[in-house]
Design a protein around this ligand. Structure first.
Ligand SMILES: [Zn+2]
Length: 273
């Protein structure tokens, strides 16, 4: 379920759809026999052969790929495990039972107050660009779905003048000039695309609990089995599954990011959850 608060975010629906279709492509890349590129990419990102880790990873991608994003009505919300919000935490209220915690009046979730969009800080003390996944901090009650997740896109990520491309494909339906894009900025620029972030968070909704490593260099350095449970690894694999030109440019040296971009990446890195 995509909450109506997300309609204010340009390209949000497209980004959600792209994250899902990237997962479908990732799934087919893993299960297709004799896919040398798939083997290479899988080994590079998960640090284990496709033959040993592919089954679990493909199941998670199949799960994400089966999602059907619809805008939220009360009926839709009641039947959705995964709920995406762009309300900057409007629904969270201080918990009466637990000081320092907040509760979600619409979803019955609880979370530490420190993780809210409006209070989270990065290592430099800046307000966080938090994309929070908030799952139950308590046992589900009878009748509640134990798999329920809410995902929140904070205003801070979108509105301080930082342009966030929503999808890897441009609005004309043509492939972005990804090769030049990557050569100029390094692969971590992918992390600034909205659909990448959505894919990262959707991975957490399946059997991908970990945030062991963020960013390209750390992701490829991460060893299995952590890599098989690391959300950024899934986001990179999904993104690179739908970017066919990656192969020609995989050896290109990443450029040094600008100071501004580096600062932004650090914020995202600190607060992707
Ligand atoms: Zn995460």
């Amino acid at each position: 379920m995509v909450d109506s608060s997300c309609s204010k975010v340009p390209g949000f629906a497209d980004a959600v759809r792209e994250a899902i279709s990237a997962s479908t492509r990732a799934f087919s890349r893993i299960v297709t026999p004799d896919d040398d590129r798939g083997d290479f990419l899988f080994n590079l990102i998960y640090s284990t052969p496709r033959a040993s880790g592919g089954a679990a990873v493909s199941l998670n991608f199949a799960g994400i790929g089966s999602l059907n994003p619809v805008e939220g009505s009360p009926f839709v919300r009641a039947n959705s495990n995964i709920r995406l919000y762009c309300d900057n935490d409007a629904r969270w209220k201080p918990s009466e039972q637990q000081p320092g915690w907040v509760q979600d009046k619409d979803n019955g979730m609880v979370a530490p107050e420190s993780s809210l969009c409006t209070t989270a800080r990065d290592s430099n003390g800046q307000t966080g660009n938090l994309w929070g996944v908030r799952f139950n901090g308590r046992a589900p009650r009878v009748g509640e779905n134990a798999r329920r997740f809410t995902i929140t896109l904070c205003d801070a990520l979108l509105f301080p003048g930082v342009p966030v491309p929503s999808t890897f494909l441009n609005t004309g339906g043509k492939l972005l000039d990804w090769a030049r894009f990557v050569q100029r900025t390094g692969l971590d620029e992918i992390r600034g695309v909205l659909s990448f972030t959505i894919l990262h968070e959707l991975a957490h909704c399946f059997n991908v609990p970990g945030d062991y490593a963020y960013g390209w260099e750390k992701v490829v350095a991460l060893a299995a089995p952590q890599s098989l449970e690391n959300a950024d690894s899934y986001a990179f694999f999904g993104a690179l599954s739908i970017l066919p030109d990656f192969w020609r440019y995989r050896d290109a040296a990443p450029a040094v990011p600008s100071r501004k971009r580096r600062a932004r990446q650090q914020r995202v890195t600190s607060f992707s959850s």
